[in-house]
Design a protein around this ligand. Structure first.
Ligand code: BJ8
Length: 424
């Protein structure tokens, strides 16, 4: 820990003692899970560096932005349109919610039978262990699942929170409602920043964010190769980092990594043996540093080749149309793109099941692991339909319900049995 970082965290009101415990736990875990991997692409060095100073350099950049009069807007969901935030000269940052560490603090307030993603995010605020939250001027929530929207009410007692209403259906009325939410969000961000969002700035922001999405599409395209040129763990990390790094820099780094991966594919250089079981993970998002399931699968001999998740394909598969010029058309294009995200909070959500089947074929997977966070009822109930659809297609499925605790021993047994069944 540098003295500069320590001073910055003190200024941000971080609980230094608890925070040090968090970083002390993260370092060795990263070493074991990430740095011990063999044959990693050189392009992962950048992402190792970012995680190595996870609460340092990027936070300093955001603080500098704030010192110059800029605003930082924190988010928890892929429904919040980054384009609008960027067009107003603010910086969007996706908050981490993937660790057990912050849960104890959250459970002093929230019911224990709340999903760990919600508890983890709330606990970071309550325990004052996340410098990103402390740096942000506004947290933007959404009315997706019930646990989240109620947590945002409580969170607003600690920090300014604005909640976007995400509808639960995708019919005409819901689409109109969502468009009006996008328009209202533009007003909120303009008011926060004091900057007017012009057509030109919004069009530029759309291109910028689409650029990052295209880079991630390229990364996932590379994962279709056999042998796969990058581990699932590394690809997951790249996607996780893309939620809080600077958009232009991150895009450049992902593209540089993809250049290397494409060379690997030409040379048939993989990270795992060519015919190891290929797995698609589908379900709840895995926020940083939630690497448990990938680590177990890949240390049991499988390769995770795709994530049907909001820290995965749902984050980047669809682009915002780039041919619009008027403000109305630009906002409508943004609203339309975001309504293509197939979160289990929607009903019906048949498109997600179609996506899972399509991805299973495109990535030539041998099996699907449905990842469910304990107490996440939307994904757990939707898994019933996922199960039926996969069974009909003859694609093996393992349903995993877990939280952020260490249940690796039990999970490992189930994973090993599943992989054995697939290989038979
Ligand atoms: S668009 S998936 S990022 S809401 S796991 S908190 S659903 S109880 S995270 Fe999500 Fe947006 Fe949907 Fe994606 Fe609730 Fe379930 Fe917890 Fe969840």
């Amino acid at each position: 820990m540098t003295n500069d970082n320590r001073q910055m965290w003190t200024d941000l009101g971080i609980d230094l003692e608890r925070h040090e415990m968090l970083l002390n736990a993260l370092g060795p875990a990263y070493k074991e899970i990430y740095l011990a991997q063999m044959n990693r692409p050189e392009g992962m060095e950048f992402f190792d560096f970012v995680v190595g100073d996870i609460h340092g350099i990027r936070v300093r950049e955001l603080r500098q932005h704030a010192k110059e009069g800029g605003k930082v807007v924190a988010t928890y969901c892929v429904f919040v349109p980054d384009e609008i935030v960027l067009a107003a000269g603010a910086v969007p940052v996706g908050l981490c919610a993937g660790t057990n560490f912050s849960i104890q603090a959250a459970e002093q307030v929230l019911p224990r039978n709340t999903c760990d993603l919600i508890k983890s995010s709330f606990g970071f605020k309550l325990g004052r262990t996340c410098p990103y939250i402390q740096t942000s001027h506004l947290i933007v929530g959404e009315t997706t699942c019930d646990g989240k929207k109620k947590m945002f009410e409580i969170l607003s007692e600690y920090q300014p929170v604005y909640v976007m209403e995400v509808p639960n259906k995708k019919n005409r009325i819901s689409r109109d409602l969502w468009l009006s939410e996008v328009v209202a969000f533009k007003d909120v961000v303009e008011k926060l920043t004091g900057n007017k969002i012009t057509e030109e700035k919004l069009a530029q922001a759309i291109k910028l964010v689409n650029g990052k999405r295209r880079a991630l599409q390229r990364l996932y395209q590379a994962r279709k190769a056999n042998p796969v040129p990058i581990s699932g763990k590394d690809a997951l990390l790249v996607t996780q980092v893309s939620f809080y790094d600077d958009v232009a820099r991150d895009t450049q780094q992902i593209n540089a990594l993809c250049d290397e991966l494409e060379k690997r594919i030409t040379n048939r250089k993989g990270v795992f043996p060519p015919n190891c079981p290929r797995i698609l993970i589908s379900g709840c998002p895995m926020a940083i540093p939630n690497w448990k399931l990938h680590h177990l699968l890949e240390t049991s001999g499988a390769a995770v080749v795709c994530e049907e998740s909001c820290i995965g394909t749902r984050a980047f598969s669809d682009l915002v149309a780039e041919d619009k010029r008027s403000m109305d058309d630009l906002l409508k294009a943004i609203a339309d793109r975001y309504m293509q995200i197939h979160c289990a909070c929607f009903t019906p959500n048949t498109e997600r099941i179609e996506d899972i089947l399509r991805l299973a074929k495109e990535y030539k997977v041998d099996g699907v692991v449905h990842y469910n966070l304990l107490y996440c009822h939307t994904y757990a109930n939707e898994a019933v339909r996922v199960d039926k659809a996969l069974e009909k297609e003859g694609i093996p499925l393992l349903r995993v319900e877990t939280d952020y605790s260490d249940d690796s021993g039990q999970l490992r047994n189930r994973i090993d049995a599943f992989l054995e069944m697939i290989q038979e």
